[in-house]
Design a protein around this ligand. Sequence first.
Ligand SMILES: *[C@@H]1O[C@H](CO)[C@@H](O)[C@H](O)[C@H]1NC(C)=O
Length: 535
Amino acid sequence: SMGPPPSRLPLLAALVAAALLAGAAAATEEAYVTLLYGDEFVLGVRVLGKSIRDTGTRRDMVVLVSDGVSEYSRQLLEADGWIVKRITLLANPNQVRPTRFWGVYTKLKIFNMTSYKKVVYLDADTVVVRSIEDVFKCGKFCGNLKHSERMNSGVMVVEPSETVFKDMISQVDRLPSYTGGDQGFLNSYYADFANSRVYEPDSPLTPEPETQRLSTLYNADVGLYMLANKWMVDEKELRVIHYTLGPLKPWDWWTAWLVKPVEIWQDVRQKLEESLPGTGGGRNPHDQLVVKFLFILPFCLLLFGYYQSCFQNKKDFPSVQSLCAFARRGRHKYKSEEALPSYLAVGVSSSTFSTSNQRISNGPHLKLPSYFGAIAVLICFMSAGVSLAFAFTIIPRQIMPWTGLLLMFEWTFVAFFLLFGSYLRFVYRWGSISATHVGYSNSDSSENHMGTGHQRNISDFDMEATFYWTGMAVIAVITVFSPTILGITALFTKLGLMVAGGVLLASFMTYASVHLAISAFHKGQKDRNGYSLFV
Ligand SMILES: *[C@@H]1O[C@H](CO)[C@@H](O)[C@H](O)[C@H]1NC(C)=O
């Protein structure tokens, strides 16, 4: 007897499943691909991924990661929606070439991604600003022509083929590479690329050419933008921006202050989801911790210094002391006009610059060495340079532009205050030692003090110190912000304005450092002679 007729349901189910699978396969036949060699570029890949997703694509996004990429970064990219594939570096035959090209031949591996019919490759320092789905229809190999003759490998459309890949590998040793990397090699491999026709999505060529050129819109070079301070192409038509400027990568906080188009990159970055805890807005939990610490520490230092000099009468730090005195004076003025004991003490212990000058000319035994001013200026500039370098070194590179700038100000000022302040303290001690040696007596100037009254003396010295310190800070801040305030976006105008501000700052620092040092010296001399009520 015949068995029951086979149910049609499983067959139908199988057909539907096959159809679905075919559909899924079609959707994943094409992919966006990027390469990641180390953790430094992870933020770049995250932003690129976000920008691709924002165009509404449903194609795969594949990131090929080499051994230099940490486990955490791989998890983060997977959480962002990337398909992470580990690869080994394809050795670069040009071993003598710069180390930055180490492993760049790895890029050739995208020609071996034969599980996809077509891949659109994008460098990690690019960002997609409008949908580029139309380039998937481009032929076997499409790229951009840059610098008139050369093909730029930052954005490419590739039809993976084991034959092509094997052919390339067999020629890697033979063909020259003008860059020492993949770009130079590809220029040699596709020697006739400069003559290829421009790809037009609406009118594909038949038969399909071996190579085709993509319009500049698909690989708009920020370097060229910087030259003219505008895009050479219609800005609304832009598809991909390529942040090519070597040391000015969009993820470093300072770049946003110099390169206008980084705004676009930062906008995408700020919209990054929190795929792993603490990674929203392109943040990094480790950097966040460092930033918090760096923000708070200077305030703790300042409070400590204030406490030491105001309440423990450790008055041998002229700069902190003058700030305290200034604060106290303000407080006092607010309360009453009557002189407080502490107020008197500061007043009497302070010297005035006018009397300092008199003493330089009047008392031969108090003369400062001729190189005194030059050394003060030298140390002031060295302190400023070291402070800048120090601040720059300790601040994490990939934080937000505003956070970076504020931290930079905070730490440069604090480090400068400590360094140059220490020098002034040294000069102050030197002053007090020299006073002992020459048996300096200030009985003559004490009359002067009494005559003019304490109130004027205190304001003279403290106002002077406060004026110089805040003057330097204000000019520094204005120098940095002047292009932003004036709305200047052109890099060279911006730099020119900053240089002008820098010259102004340098002049003021020269003036301020000499005066602060002379004041500190004379203050040391005075305090040594029991003139101060602090002693
Ligand atoms: C190229 O792809 C094939 C097939 O996926 C694989 O077996 C081979 O190892 C790849 N070659 C290299 C150098 O990655």
